[in-house]
Design a protein around this ligand. Structure first.
Ligand code: SF4
Ligand code: SF4
Length: 294
C-alpha cells in the first residue's frame, strides 16, 4: 500500500469525479452494486426486509447480486454509460457484514477497470477489522452512519448489535458500535481514505446532540457530514415518531458548517442506484444479468 500522504492525494483526486461529493449537476455517474444483504445491527428506524435506510431510500427491496453477477452488470452499464466513475456498495444491508461478497466484487471490477473509484457505506461495526483491507483494495471513499457518540442516546437508536458471536442490547450494544465506529474511522483517515459521516436527525432523540457528532467527525479527520431526514418505514420502531422539519435540518446543517463541510444535496439513493445524481437509470438495468430476484 502507498503511504498515507500519497494515498490521500490520490484519493482527493478521485473526489473531483465523485458525483456525491460534487452535488447535483455533476456530469459523472455512480452505480451501486447490491451484493451485501446481511446486517449485524438493528437500527430502530429500519425493517430488514427492505434496503438499509442509512444510505438508501427506505421502503424498497433490491434484488441481490452475486459478485460475479455484479461484475457482469458493471460491464453492461459501463458500455451504456461511459461516465460511470464510481462503484459503490451500499447494501441492501451492511457492506461489511458479509465482507467476502464486497471484497470479491471490488476485486473483480478492479480487474475489469483499474481506473474506477470505489466507495462503500457501512454502519461501521466491523470497520476496525477491515479498514486496512479496504484501503488495500483501493477503496478511496467510505461513508459511516454515526447517529450518536453518547451511549445513552445510542441505546435509544440501536435495538441490538451482533458482535463476535453475541448479541448486545441497550447501552452495551451502543458502546461497542460507537467504539468501533470511532476506531474504524480513525484508522481509515490515517490511511488516507476520504470519510463521510451520515447522521439521521431524530426528533427528541439526537437532534440536540448532532453538533457533538459533527465535532467528533472533524476530530477523526472526516471530510464532510450529511445530516439527513428520517424517512419513516412502516413496521419500524420509529414508524410514528414526529419528524424534524426541513427547516430544522437546514438550520442544523448551517450551524454545523462552521465545524465541517456539509452535504446539502443527498437524495438517499437506492442500493441499486445507477447514473448521475439527477437522473437515476437503475430501472433500465434491473435483471439485466438474468438474475432471478433472489
Ligand atoms: Fe438497517 Fe442499515 Fe441499520 Fe442495518 S445498518 S439495521 S440495514 S439501517
Ligand atoms: Fe454516493 Fe453514498 Fe453511494 Fe458512495 S455509497 S456512491 S457516497 S451514495
Amino acid at each position: 500500500i502507498m503511504n498515507k500522504v500519497d494515498n490521500r492525494a490520490a484519493n482527493e483526486k478521485k473526489t473531483q469525479t465523485h458525483p456525491c461529493f460534487n452535488g447535483c449537476g455533476s456530469k459523472y455517474a455512480r452505480m451501486h452494486l447490491p451484493v451485501a444483504p446481511k446486517c449485524n445491527i438493528q437500527c430502530n428506524y429500519c425493517v430488514r426486509k427492505y434496503d438499509c435506510p442509512n444510505e438508501s431510500r427506505p421502503g424498497v427491496t433490491t434484488e441481490v447480486l452475486t459478485p460475479e453477477e455484479a461484475c457482469e452488470k458493471f460491464k453492461l452499464v459501463k458500455e451504456k454509460l461511459p461516465n460511470i466513475k464510481v462503484v459503490g456498495i451500499a447494501g441492501p444491508g451492511d457492506s461489511l457484514a458479509d465482507f467476502e461478497n464486497t471484497k470479491k466484487t471490488l476485486s473483480l471490477i478492479k480487474k475489469e477497470d483499474p481506473s474506477i473509484t470505489f466507495c462503500i457505506s457501512t454502519n461501521g461495526l466491523l470497520l476496525p477489522l477491515y479498514a486496512d483491507e479496504l484501503a488495500d483494495l483501493g477503496v478511496s471513499h467510505v461513508t459511516v452512519t454515526m447517529n450518536a457518540v453518547n451511549t445513552t442516546i445510542g441505546a435509544k437508536i440501536y435495538k441490538h448489535v451482533d458482535y463476535m458471536g453475541h448479541r448486545y442490547f441497550g447501552e452495551v450494544g451502543a458502546a461497542i458500535l460507537m467504539a468501533n465506529q470511532l476506531a474504524g474511522i480513525k484508522r481509515l483517515t490515517s490511511l488516507g481514505v476520504i470519510c463521510k459521516v451520515n447522521i439521521v436527525m431524530l426528533k427528541g432523540i439526537n437532534e440536540y446532540h448532532i453538533p457533538v457528532v459533527v465535532e467528533k467527525a472533524k476530530e477523526l479527520g472526516c471530510e464532510i457530514t450529511n445530516i439527513m431526514q428520517l424517512i419513516p418505514v412502516e413496521g419500524s420502531e420509529f414508524e410514528n415518531i414526529p419528524l424534524v422539519s426541513n427547516r430544522e435540518i437546514m438550520s442544523m446543517r448551517k450551524r454545523c458548517e462552521s465545524t465541517l463541510k456539509q452535504m446539502y444535496h443527498c437524495h438517499q439513493c437506492r442500493a441499486d442506484a445507477i447514473g448521475t445524481l439527477d437522473n437515476d437509470q437503475s430501472i433500465n438495468f434491473r435483471g439485466c444479468t438474468g438474475n432471478k430476484n433472489k
